[in-house]
Design a protein around this ligand. Structure first.
Ligand code: PMP
Length: 436
């Protein structure tokens, strides 16, 4: 339905056997190709390309205005509050979360950060290495345990300052009930950060009004997973948390006054954006937001959910295929992970690429503790992989749809997987890619 909206969706590639096939990109959780309108808006804006907040010339004024308007685009998109929130443009979600963890260091000094076993390393390591932490558990299907959230908040009795959770898993696609979680967190005096990298591109996000029990306190996401190019991400947070102290990066743009004796820091958000800002990244992100809004997040959600339902129904029938899913499709984004009994995940991904022209991802997707749980591997067994670098590491194969993917593409994946699932021995013995 939306297949002509993005760059490259009609590309063909040559397979090893010489045939030309349509390239199928099922790796949208890693990054999405840009919208054509994003590329056009970048080109159209280029004549005005000039330095942001650093010049009085006509083009600098326009560039600064467009850059700052990008913050309002973001706030409108996630339903933030212009008086209360600030939007800080950084490189990506990882940088946004690192900044937040650095800036919350003092206020969380005597507190504990509660994260989860489901997190991407970018929402795990900044907390694990800067704070006392504990982790909310997941069930056997990998769904986050709401009982464990409340139990832990109760157990720590007001000591948890922050709960940091992904909006949707980049491995299973499970959407977490972030508003219910926010309500529980606030009841126990904790704030909540949502890592929106996988949720924002697929659903209508609502931070909810400030003061509402379900209000999301902090949000981070990346442009390159929502049809803008690499290099821009947004952190949405209350302005007040940036009042004291200074950014982890300081220098040009972060100050109001400097002498050799003294510095007066600028107000946020400028205070937090050291160096010359990424104007074209923000032009691109604003354009992608506009396009997503024009299509309608509800329409995207519905279409991708239908694709996911269709894919799961098909994949369920394939012999030897193991799906890591609880099949609660209304509560997940368009990500499906699986393995094929008897084949290594890397070999399966390679076969899909070389024999079907289907781009997927395999491995642990920067969420090793979560994949370890999904595969039910004990900590002792996991140690083996740390010690023996030559041991093939456990993992999964992941497919993830964007709004431009089609039922036909899913059918082709099904067709090839079915072929493989019915002929495991053949593929084990005859495929030249198998890594044994
Ligand atoms: N969180 C989640 C859930 C992700 O899927 C990703 C990217 N795979 C990130 C954080 C990190 O995003 P980025 O690489 O854009 O910083």
């Amino acid at each position: 339905m939306y297949s002509s909206q993005v760059i490259g969706s009609k590309d063909t590639i040559k397979l090893d056997n010489g045939s030309e096939v349509h390239y199928i990109n099922f790796d949208n959780a890693a990054t999405t190709p840009p919208f054509k309108t994003v590329i056009k808006d970048i080109v159209d804006f280029s004549p005005n390309y000039s330095s942001v907040h650093r010049g009085s010339g006509y083009k600098s004024v326009i560039s600064s205005k467009v850059y700052d308007e990008g913050r309002n685009m973001v706030l409108d998109f996630v339903k933030g509050n212009k008086n209360y929130h600030t939007v800080i443009f950084l490189k990506n979600t990882t940088e946004c979360i690192n900044k937040l963890s650095y800036r919350l260091k003092d206020s969380l000094e005597d507190k504990l950060v509660l994260s989860t076993y489901m997190e991407h390393h970018s929402n795990l390591l900044p907390w694990k290495y800067r704070f006392d932490t504990d982790y909310i558990d997941v069930d056997k299907y990998g769904r986050l345990s709401m009982e464990d959230l409340e139990d832990k908040l109760k157990k720590y009795d007001g000591k948890v300052g922050l709960v940091t959770v992904t909006g949707a898993s980049n491995v299973t696609g499970y959407i977490n009930p972030i508003h219910d979680m926010a309500k529980i967190c606030h009841k126990y005096g904790a704030k909540i950060l949502v890592d929106g990298a996988q949720l924002i591109p697929h659903s209508n996000f609502d931070m909810k009004p400030v003061g509402h029990p379900e209000h999301i306190d902090y949000l981070a996401f990346s442009g390159h997973k929502m049809y803008a190019p690499f290099g821009v991400g947004a952190l949405v947070a209350p302005k007040e948390i940036f009042k004291e102290g200074h950014s982890e990066h300081i220098g040009g743009g972060t100050i109001d006054f400097v002498s050799m004796e003294d510095v007066i820091w600028a107000e946020p958000p400028e205070k937090e954006e050291a160096g010359t800002p990424n104007l074209m990244g923000v032009v691109a992100l604003s354009s992608s937001i506009k396009k997503l809004e024009d299509i309608g997040m509800e329409n995207i959600e519905e279409y991708e959910r239908d694709l996911t339902r269709y894919a799961i129904e098909k994949l369920k029938n394939i012999p030897n295929l193991i799906l890591y899913d609880d099949f609660d499709i209304d509560n997940k984004v368009s990500i499906i992970s699986f393995n094929m009994k008897g084949l290594d995940h890397e070999d399966l991904a390679t076969i899909l690429g070389r024999e079907g022209g289907i781009g997927v991802r395999n491995g642990c997707f920067c969420a090793q503790p979560y994949v370890q749980r999904l595969l039910n591997i004990s900590d002792d067994d996991m140690e083996k992989y740390k010690v023996d670098q030559d041991l093939a590491r456990p993992g999964l194969v992941r497919i993830s749809f964007g709004l431009y993917n089609t039922y036909d593409e899913i059918y082709l994946l099904y067709y090839l997987l079915n072929q493989i699932g019915n002929n495991i021995e053949y593929y084990r013995k005859n495929t030249k890619y198998i890594n044994i």
